[in-house]
Design a protein around this ligand. Structure first.
Ligand code: FNR
Length: 386
């Protein structure tokens, strides 16, 4: 099946599923424990309906906005994800090129398989996602490289002090070094295109931290243990203040969820908050960004930008999040589906689908500008139930 046969993100997910061996697909799709939060990230959008205003002149719909200090063609950006080479040999650089062409910001993960410098060379509007390492020298070296390479924003992920319990990975043997089950090995054998590509083109190196922590493959431990060993579990708001003093660009917190935490982040001087439960991969049974957005917006007023991250698969999802208080949304798995299904062209297709859906649905709502979307444009379905 070709990319042209993917009319929506679910179609693209199906294409990706066919391209990837099972352990890789499970790593991509999986969430923590019972995956309740993963499922609710999607389901929560079904609890809201959009307003349909008619007889508005919609001959000119503009989805453009600003995100993290960058102009963006639509209120959507790309979340940082680690090890994109797992999904396609072209990895993070292909995603960044597609983001640049589509005019949306791209987030490079600390755990990327492509370097800070190589992504800068793509020319994408970019931000760098940082983890706080116990080795503060490593943290500092990373943010200096991000500054030298003109990353407009630094994004500190704060929901991973402890690694989530992703049982699909334990089951498939997607640990370091891999301990694949017979079923997993069969799946590599029946996906020869992926497997040959893996052997030929991919290094699977954590390009930005490799000098400091060595080759992850030789760690002799599970990815979870490895991550636990490197991240600073003792990090607190003081470290956010420290980071603020070290970084003069935009500072973003990713993974704050509670209104009180968001207020604290604002007090620390951040410029934006990605409200996120890490795509359901960390604390299972945590609520979703959509659940808290109105209370967060109420609490922090218009002080900083709010980005809703997790479960966004349709233009209508984006528009609902904006109506509930977000300035925009961010996606992880959707662009990785595109990458797995067709490299840069697959990511481009995913972004084109989102843009077309957002613009079409804005017009159908009778809204021609993102700034015109407000709380009046959504209703909770409970209102219509007896
Ligand atoms: C992630 N995510 C993530 N977040 C982060 O801050 N640093 C990282 O390295 C990663 N790595 C990562 C890998 C993979 C395979 C996935 C699926 C996710 C979380 C990511 O940034 C984002 O929060 C979620 O993906 C959002 O949910 P959706 O859009 O995937 O539903």
């Amino acid at each position: 099946a070709s990319l042209a046969s993917a009319f929506n993100i679910a179609d693209m997910a199906a294409l990706a599923g066919r391209a990837l061996p099972l352990p890789i697909r499970d790593y991509l799709e999986g969430g923590a424990e019972d995956e309740w939060t993963l499922a609710r990230n999607r389901a929560v959008f079904d609890e809201w309906v959009l307003a349909q205003h008619t007889l508005v002149d919609v001959s000119n719909v503009d989805a453009g906005t600003d995100l993290l200090g960058y102009p963006s063609a639509m209120p959507l950006m790309l979340s940082p994800t680690g090890m994109s080479q797992l999904f396609h040999s072209s990895g993070e650089a292909a995603v960044a090129r597609a983001a640049a062409a589509a005019g949306v910001p791209y987030g490079l993960s600390t755990m990327a398989t492509t370097s800070i410098e190589a992504i800068a060379a793509t020319g994408a509007n970019r931000y760098f996602q940082l983890y706080l390492f116990r080795d503060r020298g490593l943290t500092k070296a990373l943010l200096e490289r991000a500054a030298e390479n003109s990353y407009g924003a630094l994004c500190l992920t704060v929901d991973t002090a402890i690694a989530g319990n992703r049982e699909r990975d334990l089951r498939s043997g997607m640990i370091m070094p891999p301990r694949f089950t017979l079923g997993s090995l069969m799946s590599f054998a029946t996906h020869p295109r992926w497997s040959f590509g893996a052997l030929k083109n991919r290094t699977f190196q954590l390009a930005n931290v490799v000098e400091h922590v060595g080759d992850i493959g030789s760690a002799g431990t599970s990815v979870i243990d490895y991550v636990n060993a490197q991240f600073d579990r003792s990090a607190t708001w003081k470290d956010v203040e420290w980071l603020r003093s070290q970084w003069s660009g935009k500072l973003v917190i990713k993974g704050a969820m509670m209104p009180g935490d968001c207020a604290r982040a604002v007090a620390c001087g951040v410029d934006a908050i990605m409200v996120s439960n890490h795509g359901g991969r960390q604390l299972d049974t945590a609520a979703t960004p959509i659940d808290y957005l109105p209370a967060i917006r109420d609490r922090i007023q218009n002080s900083v930008e709010l980005i809703a991250d997790g479960g966004v698969r349709r233009g209508t999802d984006v528009l609902k999040a904006i109506a509930l208080g977000a300035d925009g949304c961010s996606v992880g798995r959707p662009y990785l589906y595109g990458l797995a299904a067709g490299g840069e062209a697959g990511v481009a297709r995913v972004l084109a689908i989102f843009r077309a859906e957002i613009e079409r649905d804005m017009g159908l709502m009778g809204r021609t500008r993102i700034a015109d979307i407000s709380a009046e444009d959504v209703d909770h379905i409970s209102q219509f139930c007896a």
